[in-house]
Design a protein around this ligand. Sequence first.
Ligand SMILES: Cc1cc2nc3c(=O)[nH]c(=O)nc-3n(C[C@H](O)[C@H](O)[C@H](O)COP(=O)(O)OP(=O)(O)OC[C@H]3O[C@@H](n4cnc5c(N)ncnc54)[C@H](O)[C@@H]3O)c2cc1C
Length: 372
Amino acid sequence: MHDVAIIGGGLAGLALSIELSRKGHDVVLIEKHRYPFHKVCGEYISKESEAYLKWLGADLEKLGAKRIHQFRLTHYLGSEVRSALPLGGIGISRFTLDATLAEEAKRGGVAVMDGTRVNGTKENALETTAGSIEAKLIIGAHGKRSNIDKTLNRPFIEAKAKGRDHFVGVKYHLKTDLPDDLIELHVFPDGYAGISAVEDGRYCLCYLTKAHHLEQNGAIQAMEKQVLGKNPALASYLDRFPSLYERPEAIAQINFQNKEKGRDNIFFAGDAAGLIAPLSGNGMSMALHSAHLLSKEIDLLLHQKQTKEATLNHYDAAWHKAFGHRFKSARFLQEVFFRPTAMNWLMKTANFFPPLKHRIIKQTHGEAFFEG
Ligand SMILES: Cc1cc2nc3c(=O)[nH]c(=O)nc-3n(C[C@H](O)[C@H](O)[C@H](O)COP(=O)(O)OP(=O)(O)OC[C@H]3O[C@@H](n4cnc5c(N)ncnc54)[C@H](O)[C@@H]3O)c2cc1C
C-alpha cells in the first residue's frame, strides 16, 4: 500500500508528489495524459512561484522562460491601458513545465503513472485503467472539472450552472512579432484573451468566453471571427499570426464556484480545491502554493501528529488565509470585465489615475510563499 495516491499530474499534483516524496513518503501519481502534452492555460505564471519551482526542480531560466514586465489591455469599445507589471511574471508552456516536473518526480522516487486514468475512488483505493491502486490517503489534484468530481458527487458539479457562470476556454501557440516581455489582455464581447511569449519563440493565445458563443457559431474559428474579431487588436492578430497547432486545445463547462477542500479520506489541491478567474494570471501559482500548504499538513497526518479532521481544518484555514481575498477580487474583476460600459469606464479612469491600475494588478498577484 502507498502512503499517498495523487489523482492528476498538473502543477498541484506534481508539486505535492515531489514534496511528499522528499519528506520520505511513498507516493504514486496518476495522470491520464502522457507527458509532454498541451493544456488550456495562458502560461503566464506570476513570479511568486519562481523560487518554489526552482526548489521542485524546474529552473525557469534554463527552460527558456520569458520574463514579462509590461502589460497592455484593450477593450473592444476603444479604451486601452498600458502599465509596467511591478511584480512581473514569467512565460513558460505547460508542455515544458509539467513534463519537467514529472521527470523530477520520477527521479525523486514518485511512481508516475502517466497515460492512466482514474475511474473512481474507494476509501483506500483508486480504480484506474491500469487496475486498482491502494493508498493510505488520496489527493484529488484533478483540475477544474473531472470525472472524479462526478463520481464524488461534488456539489459544484451538481449545481445547475447559471448562464453567466458557464464558460469555455481555448488555447494555442502562435508565431508573432510582438515583444517577448509584454503580456496583452484583449476584451471582446463576453470574454477576454491573453497573449504572451513562452519559450522557443512561441506565443500563447488563450481565451475565456461564454459557452453560448461557441454553440451559436458551431466552431472555434467561426466564433473567433464573429466574437473575438470585434476587438480590432485581436482581429488583426488572428489574421496575421499563424497558429502552430493543428487544432486548438479547448475545455468547456468551466465554473468558478467555491469548492470543498477535502472529505473522508481525500484532500483536494489546485483547481480541484478552487479555480481563480484566469484574468488574474494566478491559477498556476495558487495550484503550487496550495500543494505546498497541503503537503505540510499531510506530512503531519502521515506521521500521526494530527487527525484527519485537524488536517482538513488546518488546510482549509491556511487556504482561505492565502487565497480568500485574491479569489474574491479576481471574481469581482472578472464580473466587471463582462460589463462593457463599466469596464470601458474603469479603463479610462485607470489611465487618469495610475495608482488605481497598480492597485488592481496587485490585488490579483500574491507574495512569494517559499524561501527554500
Ligand atoms: C482559459 C484559462 C486561462 C488560464 N490562464 C492562466 C494563466 O495565464 N496563468 C495562470 O497562472 N493560470 C492560468 N489559468 C489557470 C491554471 O491553468 C490552473 O489554475 C492550473 O493549471 C491548475 O493546476 P492544477 O494542477 O490544479 O490542474 P491541472 O493543471 O488542470 O491538472 C489536472 C490534471 O489532472 C488530470 N486528470 C483529471 N482527471 C483525471 C483522472 N480521472 N485520472 C487521471 N488524471 C486526471 C488532467 O489530465 C490534468 O493534467 C487559466 C485557466 C483557464 C481556464
